[in-house]
Design a protein around this ligand. Sequence first.
Ligand SMILES: [Zn+2]
Ligand SMILES: [Zn+2]
Length: 466
Amino acid sequence: MVSDHYPYDSDHEQADAGNTSFSRRDLLRHGTAALIGGGAAVLGGAPAFAQAGAQAAAPAKGVFADWRPETAGRKFRALVRYRTSLDVQTLTLNAIHPRQVVTRVEAAQACYTMLNALNPSIPVMNAAIFGHGAIGIVEEVGPLVKRVQKGDRVLIVVTGQCGECFQCLRGKAANCQAGFNRPALPAATMADGTPVIGNLGGFAELIVSWEEMTIPIFSKHPAVELANLSCVSMTGLGMTMVRAPIDAGSNVVIFGAGPIGLSAVQGARIQGASQIIAVEPIRYRRDLALKVGAHAALDPNAFPDSAALITRLREMTAPQTDRPFAGGRNPAAGGPDFVIEAVGGERFVPRAERYAREPNGIEVLQSVYTLCPGGGTMRTCGVGHPMGTTVTFGAGGWSNSSKNHVPGNLAGVQMKRDLPRWTRFFETGQFDGKSLVGVAVPLDRWREALEASAYRSAITGIVTFS
Ligand SMILES: [Zn+2]
Ligand SMILES: [Zn+2]
């Protein structure tokens, strides 16, 4: 039973791929014990994974026949979402896959993207640990893990960089296919035996991750600040530094001064932008934008409509001269060199101040397009626009106006290349990580972290572990 279903996926065993994966439905039907062996079976004899691997393919014997996962059977606390409940439970860690890593979490950030968990009317049928990333110290690596070592300080990220798939090989690691091709293994078990998907769940004392999503960063900087780099700050920096990096001396308009937008403000500053304007309806976030590097911060609600806002932004970013042969621009080509969107759709009405005429983020996307001049660059990263919503562009302009649109999962960041060096920005003070720490609480106060993020009462909600 165990070996039949064990999703052994070593590169050497492609021939077994057809019959070695199991679906989440299988998981629920058979339970963790049947599939994985459970803590008892693992601790009682040869690891279930080693047995499975040995039967799946010959190389397994030599590679890890004697492997005993050290962390299997460990008890740990985690914020678990199951059916309509979301609560802290004590779980038992399963034996990891040979390509997985166990990390003791130091801090994890409550990303706005994940906050559907606060809505109990949306049940989930497979128990999972909340979160999608963290920072911590590696406690164990499987025997097939090559690039991460025990004791490493790591960021765990939602999209990794395997270095071997088609997307990685063509330099588009932000679209790495590993995440789609790794099975959703139960990392742990509830007291009643219910399997719990643990991959990437950062709101837990321990996190299990695949090697390619586990990025060593070689930094001693405070975890509470670096936790943001596992998602929001990485995305904000990415929009200013990769795929279409901001040129020194550019002017930049950034819609949204949440944690992504504020990271983009800082990225623009580090890149040497000459003018950075943030557009943000919530006052304390405008103040933060000014603090971390914006030269101006506008409240969109202070304008009667988006056209008036765009007119003002064009005035503010007007060329120094309209003498076209003295380096100036025609008025029609005026406007910011870079327009960045860090807004997305609204899932929770903010308790700080109400945003806007249009909560779905569509008006902002339209404004980004309208504001961007020919030859300019638009970066977008927002998510959560309701299904079926659309943005409309004039066909000729869209086809031929040379407005460069660069969207992208996590802004196109290449994790292994970018995250270790971007931690230096935190260490040197070039990136103000402290100002992006909003509510930081221990696991038992997880609700404060999630609600701070959901209702935007603080810039971020972070859970820390001592
Ligand atoms: Zn996120
Ligand atoms: Zn890849």
